[in-house]
Design a protein around this ligand. Structure first.
Ligand code: GLV
Ligand code: MN
Ligand code: MN
Length: 407
């Protein structure tokens, strides 16, 4: 499976991936997912946003007897120049876990679902986890439809170009109602497991995080004839804002990043007339993140700029009962020294996930993290060793067997 998707959207030079939502790369990955599910006899259904759900067992028959499914999976899209593992590891591991269960003749009592969430990174339209946000009602369909990419294409236009009806998107209680528990396996995106010397951890929480659009005005003029004192250079305002964000993050003990800017008119010999910059801010403490963002906003507004919040995700705590159960399952399977559940590491993260959106929608949700020896993510340097990936699949297989129960 890994070899089949490895070339999709890969830049031969850097090894980085570009797999944006509703592009041809995304289409190819969705087709690959559908074919893998068909090859396993799983029933594929799409929800109102185009997230793909493949079922082993009938979730609607289960619902009639008051039961719900156990779902695992992740996403196949990427950030610009992203790594291979962020997202795909969870989808491939989900399918591999289904294979492992079948190989041992397992018959699930509850249906097992595998999901591919669309547009998790928000790399194209700016709002991360758009797939799960729309179906849970956190992102209104009319707002989603109007989001634009760098070329000015709206999400509605991109959906139409992908053969979909943009008017059909919206909250999907039917799709969500099938989920009794959701477990997302993901490559770890920091050094937590490297430092602990362990292959797999259970997730505890996701830091509160958000994105803000900063519009910084200037005045276009000639680079060779405009005296320094006469300039209104939007790029200078941007540079000062980057420094202000760094200082605010430092002051309030959180993280702030400006990783994307658009410059108008974008000429080497023209003073920038306008810069749009995007601020990403996160931290352990919601109030501290809010204070840092307020400081950056005050700085931008004092220079005549404007600030608009594009998304905000509050602190997410994964279901503690489910996490305890996962740890016990993993310990029983020999994944902890001495077989003790407290030998299974618990990790929080500053990275956002569809699992966080589902958890905040009230669905019992858990995460499994797989060691990343570089500790680097959102970069081609993101990595996971094969043995750790296999340990992840083994962990997920055990967890699905426990949660689904055997017939
Ligand atoms: C998603 O990976 C995010 O945390 O931005
Ligand atoms: Mn990511
Ligand atoms: Mn991810």
């Amino acid at each position: 499976m890994w070899e089949a998707i490895e070339p999709v959207g890969r830049d031969a030079g850097t090894g980085g991936y570009r797999r944006f939502a509703w592009t041809s790369q995304d289409h190819d990955l969705r087709e690959w997912f559908a074919a893998e599910c068909a090859a396993r006899g799983l029933d594929l259904a799409e929800d109102r946003m185009g997230n793909q759900w493949a079922w082993w067992g009938d979730p609607d028959a289960a619902a009639r007897i008051g039961d719900k499914g156990v779902v695992t999976g992740s996403h196949l899209d990427s950030v610009p120049a992203g790594g291979a593992f962020d997202g795909p590891l969870g989808v491939v591991s989900a399918l591999a876990a289904v294979d492992a269960l079948r190989e041992r003749g397992f018959q699930p009592r509850r249906p097992i679902g595998v999901v591919n969430f669309v547009d998790e990174e928000g790399a194209r339209f700016g709002v991360a986890c758009a797939g799960s946000r729309v179906i849970t009602g956190v992102l209104a369909p009319e707002r989603a439809r109007g989001l634009t990419d760098a070329a000015g294409t709206t999400m509605a236009e991109a959906l139409r170009a992908a053969g979909r009806d943009p008017e059909a998107i919206g909250p999907d209680d039917e799709a969500l109602g099938r989920i009794g528990a959701f477990v997302e396996l993901h490559v770890e995106q920091g050094r937590g497991l490297v430092d602990l010397g362990q292959p797999v951890a259970v997730g505890t929480d996701i830091w509160p995080h958000g994105r803000w659009r900063l519009d910084l005005p200037g005045e276009a003029n000639h680079a060779g004839t405009t005296r320094l004192g006469d300039r209104r250079d939007a790029m200078l305002a941007c540079a000062e804002t980057v420094l202000a964000a760094r200082a605010a993050a430092d002051r309030h003990g959180c993280l702030a990043t400006i990783g994307k800017v658009q410059v108008q008119p974008g000429g080497v010999n023209a003073i920038p007339s306008h810069v749009t910059a995007w601020l990403d801010a996160r931290g352990a403490d919601e109030a501290a993140v809010r204070r840092a963002v307020a400081d950056v906003a005050a700085h931008v507004e004092s220079g005549g700029g404007e600030v608009a919040e594009e998304s905000w995700t509050p602190t997410t705590r994964f279901d503690a009962t489910l996490a305890t159960r996962l740890r016990a399952t993993l310990a029983e399977g020999g994944q902890a020294d001495g077989g003790q559940p407290d030998g299974i590491p618990m990790l929080g993260t500053g990275a956002g996930h569809d699992a966080g959106i589902l958890a905040n929608a009230g669905i019992p949700t858990a995460m499994l993290f797989v060691r990343n020896p570089t500790g680097i993510s959102h970069s081609p340097a993101e990595w996971a060793e094969e043995n750790d990936c296999l340990a992840g699949v083994a962990a997920l297989t055990a967890v699905l067997a426990d949660l689904a129960g055997e017939d």
